[in-house]
Design a protein around this ligand. Structure first.
Ligand SMILES: Nc1ncnc2c1ncn2[C@@H]1O[C@H](COP(=O)(O)OP(=O)(O)OP(=O)(O)O)[C@@H](O)[C@H]1O
Ligand SMILES: [Mg+2]
Length: 466
């Protein structure tokens, strides 16, 4: 197996600076507590960079240490993965293990996760490459727009037979007219004018292929063979200048970027630094042999195994080796235990981290601290209508306390409980919004109690509402 230095070098640019400590600090901005899990993913991430610095022969030997995150529902497993994806700038895919089935059954086959991962890497690389050519594309588009506004006059031809608006300064030489137009174009003075542009049609195939496997095969073959069928046709449309600029720019960017290079870099990047987050892995734990119409869970595990162990999956961008892709699996393991996974699969997830149930203190912090904390979200939403909402510290503590109560008395759904709690507390404020003009709303503990106490006391009600 070869190590592609280009991919390595590119990755270093993104992540080189981040030490495990810094990765944890980044995650801290969004996820409260769960230090063990954060540490494990930070180390795994860093180890990939360390690996890329090894000489190729040594690097090939180092396989990623896949992680199994175990913890009750709603305590941040998926959230950690989501944040990690943003942070790492690696190709990242999150899939529910439960949606896979054994080959031959209805459902997705496991290879599709590598195909999807590659697809996301291609998007990523393409966007980067397009950003590199953006300036050039914009220059070209400007010329194209000028051509459309003022068709270049050729000797013997009457320029602009279709031209609608009278040309400004038609008497002047074409060149200076063009420069004047260019100035107006840049100043936005022509934004209301319309031009006719060839637009690529985004038509979808008029028939639906029902088997999911069939669709994936289609991906590889038919799409490329029959571009006309899948939206290669063009059509003339009249668009305003800003619209036309957008259309032309995206076409120009696509034209300037070498698709083969994008595919190659993307495959390299998937192989060297791809991350697959296998959520709900506990749902496929179990070793019963699937008799009857049920799909055998063990069968799915056996299908997943080679991918985690290292195999080659063919994608439309070329074969992809999975040896160095990092897998992070997560599950609540309420019913099943990690030991219910087939031994081979257990062995491929050597790092086990447990996420803890959230304490009252954690819930208080989750309400207020993360960058995207729920309270901040509501405040921002209502602020758009001039409503300024604030909570007293006691009110926040009271919400966390009630959330803990309901979690204990009905079902523990972790931080997810906060969403319904907050929704109930802010119900009236959200309904009225800014309809009666700007105002400030201050929510205190008493208010929280009046809104929630009746619901929390009544088990049946809280089962339905909170
Ligand atoms: N430790 C935490 N810090 C901040 N927010 C959290 C934390 N735990 C949960 N949340 C919030 O609760 C919601 C649910 O969390 P998440 O999706 O991570 O649950 P999960 O652990 O994956 O649960 P499940 O096992 O049901 O998939 C998220 O929107 C997240 O913002
Ligand atoms: Mg989850």
């Amino acid at each position: 197996m070869t190590i592609h230095l280009t991919a390595a070098a590119e990755e270093l640019r993104n992540l080189d600076g981040l030490t495990p400590r810094e990765i944890v600090a980044e995650l801290d901005r969004y996820v409260v507590g769960q230090q063990a899990a954060k540490r494990a993913v930070a180390v795994a991430l860093r180890n990939r960079i360390r690996r890329q610095r090894l000489p190729p022969e040594a690097a090939a030997e180092v396989t990623p240490k896949n992680i199994l995150m175990i913890g009750p529902t709603g305590v941040g497993k998926t959230e950690i993965a989501r944040r990690l994806a943003r942070l790492s700038a690696s190709p990242f895919l999150k899939v529910e293990a439960s949606k896979f089935t054994e080959v031959g059954y209805v459902g997705r086959d496991v290879d599709s996760m590598i195909r999807d991962l590659t697809e996301s890497a291609v998007d990523m690389v393409r966007r980067e490459k397009q950003a590199e050519v953006r300036e050039k594309a914009e220059r070209n588009v400007e010329e194209q727009l000028l051509d459309l506004l003022l068709p270049p006059s050729r000797p013997g031809f009457d320029a602009g037979g279709e031209e609608r608006a009278p040309e400004p300064g038609a008497a002047e030489p074409a060149r200076s007219t063009r420069e004047k137009l260019r100035e107006q174009l840049r100043a936005g003075a022509l934004d209301t004018r319309t031009v006719e542009v060839e637009v690529r049609e985004r038509s979808f195939p008029s028939f639906q292929i029902l088997s999911s496997q069939g669709l994936e095969e289609m991906d590889v073959n038919l799409k490329d063979m029959l571009p006309g069928l899948f939206g290669g046709k063009t059509k003339r449309r009249r668009l305003t200048l800003p619209e036309a600029r957008e259309v032309l720019r995206s076409e120009e960017e696509a034209r300037l970027v070498d698709a083969d290079l994008v595919a190659r870099l993307a495959v390299e990047r998937v192989q060297g630094s791809g991350i697959v987050f296998l959520d709900e892995i506990d749902k496929i734990a179990g070793r019963e042999s699937g008799r009857g119409p049920d799909v055998s869970r063990e069968g799915v595990q056996r299908d997943i195994l080679p991918i985690v162990e290292g195999t080659t999956v063919s994608t439309k961008y070329g074969p992809v080796r999975t040896d160095h892709i990092l897998f992070i699996a997560a599950g609540a393991f309420h019913v099943s235990k990690p030991s219910d996974l087939i031994p081979e699969l257990q062995g491929r997830f050597p790092i086990r981290v447990e996420l803890e149930s959230l304490t009252l203190e954690d819930l208080v912090r989750i309400l207020t601290e993360p960058r995207n904390a729920l309270i901040k979200q509501y405040q921002a939403l209502l602020a758009t209508e001039g409503v300024e909402v604030s909570f007293t510290d006691e009110a926040i503590r009271e919400m966390a306390r009630l959330a803990t109560d309901v979690n204990n008395s009905t079902e523990n759904i972790g931080a997810r409980r906060l969403a319904t709690i907050l929704e109930t507390v802010l119900d009236e404020v959200s309904f009225e919004g800014g309809s009666a003009g700007p105002r400030t709303v201050r929510i205190d503990a008493a208010e929280v109690r009046t809104k929630l106490a009746p619901l929390v006391k009544d088990q049946d009600l809280s089962r339905f509402i909170l």
